[in-house]
Design a protein around this ligand. Sequence first.
Ligand code: TA6
Length: 275
Amino acid sequence: MVEYGALPAVRITAADGAQATVALFGAHLLSWKTADGKERMFVSAHTALDGSKPIRGGVPVIFPQFNLRGPGPKHGFARESTWRLTGSGGDGGQSFLQFSLAQDDLAPAAAASWPHAFALELRFILSGDVLEIDFKVHNTGTQDLPLAAALHTYYDVGHLDATSVSGLQHARYTDHHLNTLTQETPALHFTEKQDRLYQAPASVTLNTADATLRLEQQGYTEWVVWNPGADDARAMADLGDDEYLRFICIEPARVDQQPLAAGAAWIGRHRICAN
Ligand code: TA6
């Protein structure tokens, strides 16, 4: 165990030196360093790191609701719940950490907002310059569970000016004005606020001044791409006025709550490859 701010966290180091740090609060990935020592995650210098609020940065785990698309707390309660470390180890160059959360683990307010029994497993697998995050949701109840899920990943991009996302040309998306459009350009650049929901291909590429990351997903239905831009950033208490220039979020997501049958399991896989 290590301390990250005031949060207990677990750190793993792979054979080649790649490293990941995950807080029990939210099973929240706070840092991912590839074997070259380069930090790939952005965490705001203004975020709470004491469990009193969700963390602004890293990988917030979104469950069972995306944003305000449901009756519960914004982006769900998983990012504000304390998970259990249920596995760790490694072999053959891979290292992993596994966290679990079930209905009995919830704080009273979250439990009161959610009448469905469930069991979550989140597994981080590190090897070389690849991070995989497998997210399993098991409906342990006797009725359908309305399921939305996402990994709200904040990438450290150095500077927004040199950043783009490719692989989305011709994809349909909904923007923050709720217009549904088709992306014409080969790459998305960030000259203003972006909050887009893509019905999109299985992989996209994040290009920054000094890195290329290939992002793949299976089991999810959308990619959400978000940067708040200058005005929204100024209005956020847990983000510095200029910090929006340092990150973008690219999120594998199952945005709308869709029923997961009693006894059934859903698995979302996300693979991030840096080179
Ligand atoms: O994923 C994009 C988004 O849903 C945006 O609409 C924006 O509000 C953001 O997430 C951050 O939400 P948060 O609750 O973490 O402030």
